[in-house]
Design a protein around this ligand. Structure first.
Ligand code: F6P
Length: 349
């Protein structure tokens, strides 16, 4: 019987997941002879031993498809008293040589703990937020940025026609990577990110300055996790959709854009509107960059399994696929540097 390798996708979905899975399956079958089990719905698949065998047929035609053919969930085994032990037992029952976990900080945090308990784990960094340490880019990010950029381009023409301020709210729970890159690419007049609580008076000044220069419209890009300065409206708190938390303790963000648009209108008198992009940024086909990156990550992950390099995550450094300890990737978030933000600021106002 051929050796078995498990693969799961955890957390929010992300364009390129299927490209990773396809690459793992194709290289396994072509080069190493492993049988690949797709564990269904993230960690839930390992807890319940719900899986399907992924053969060449199953992954055929999936490269360009968004979402994940093995589904995903935010199931957190650490919330169950015996969750991690059950996964280790089930991995033995399924006779897995190793498990490849494709996920962000939460999924890889669990993967790291399992590795410390002796499970053979390999990680693949996934998140549209691009906030994982250890890798220059995560796949899915480029797609999200391109979707947001296209939205900003579209909003531009309507803002211009109506002499309005358009506030575009993008994803980015803890970090402003999407806001920053989509904002630069889309020519935003102000970009607000979680790393830098903003001064609403300064934002209004920038917009007024621009309008005084003869421009009658403006585009403001704001990350969902951005917040007012502590002494201003909202007292520096995050704007939430509701009080519910997911299994990893994350609140549901969203709504800062609407509050900001109202505040800008009241303070400046400029008519303002908001567009909240939400999950549109995570849906649909990956860009060419993400398809290639995800494919290379998949190939790199199965190579790590073959070499027995466990507890490692594939990563992009420059143009090379390397491996880094998962522990390094999950110890802190990769945030937008002051230097990068300063580059964006040149175009503000
Ligand atoms: O972490 C990725 C992400 O898309 C965040 O940017 C966002 O806050 C969150 O997931 C939304 O999660 P959900 O799919 O649970 O609405």
């Amino acid at each position: 019987m051929s050796e078995r390798v498990g693969v799961l996708t955890g957390g929010g979905d992300c364009p390129g997941l299927n490209a990773v899975i396809r690459a793992i399956v194709r290289k396994s079958l072509g080069n190493y002879g492993y049988e690949i089990l797709g564990l269904l719905k993230g960690w839930r698949g390992m807890l319940e031993m719900e899986y399907e065998v992924l053969d060449r047929e199953k992954v055929s035609g999936t490269l360009h498809r968004g979402g994940t053919i093995i589904r995903t969930s935010r199931t957190n085994p650490r919330n169950m008293p015996d969750g991690l032990d059950r996964i280790i037992d089930n991995a033995a029952r399924l006779k897995l040589r190793a498990l490849i976990a494709i996920g962000g900080e939460d999924t890889l945090g669990v993967a790291n703990q399992l590795y410390q308990r002796g499970l053979n784990v390999v990680g693949v960094p996934k998140t549209i937020d691009n906030d994982l340490e250890g890798t220059d880019y995560t796949f899915g990010f480029d797609t999200a940025v391109n979707i947001a950029m296209e939205a900003i381009d579209r909003v531009h023409t309507t803002a211009e026609s109506h002499d309005r301020v358009m506030v575009v709210e993008v994803m980015g729970r803890h970090t402003g990577w999407i806001a920053l890159e989509a904002g630069i690419a889309g020519g935003a007049d102000v970009i607000l990110i979680p790393e830098r609580p903003f001064d609403i008076e300064k934002v209004c000044e920038l917009l007024t300055h621009r309008h005084n220069r003869g421009r009658d419209f403006s585009i403001v890009v704001v990350a969902e996790g951005a917040r007012f300065k502590a002494d201003q409206k909202g007292e520096g708190t995050l704007i939430l959709q509701d009080m519910e938390k997911d299994a990893f303790g994350h609140v549901r963000l969203g709504g800062i854009g609407s509050i900001l648009a109202k505040e800008i209108e009241t303070r400046t008198g400029f008519e303002s509107r908001v567009v909240i992009l939400g999950h549109i940024q995570r849906g649909g086909s990956p860009t060419a960059f993400d398809r290639v990156l995800a494919t290379r990550f998949g190939l790199g992950a199965i190579d790590l399994v073959y070499k027995g390099e466990y507890g490692k995550m594939v990563a992009l450094r420059g143009n090379k696929i390397v491996s880094v300890p998962i522990s390094e990737a999950v110890q802190k978030l990769k945030t937008v540097s002051d230097e990068l933000y300063k580059d964006a600021e040149v175009f503000f106002g």
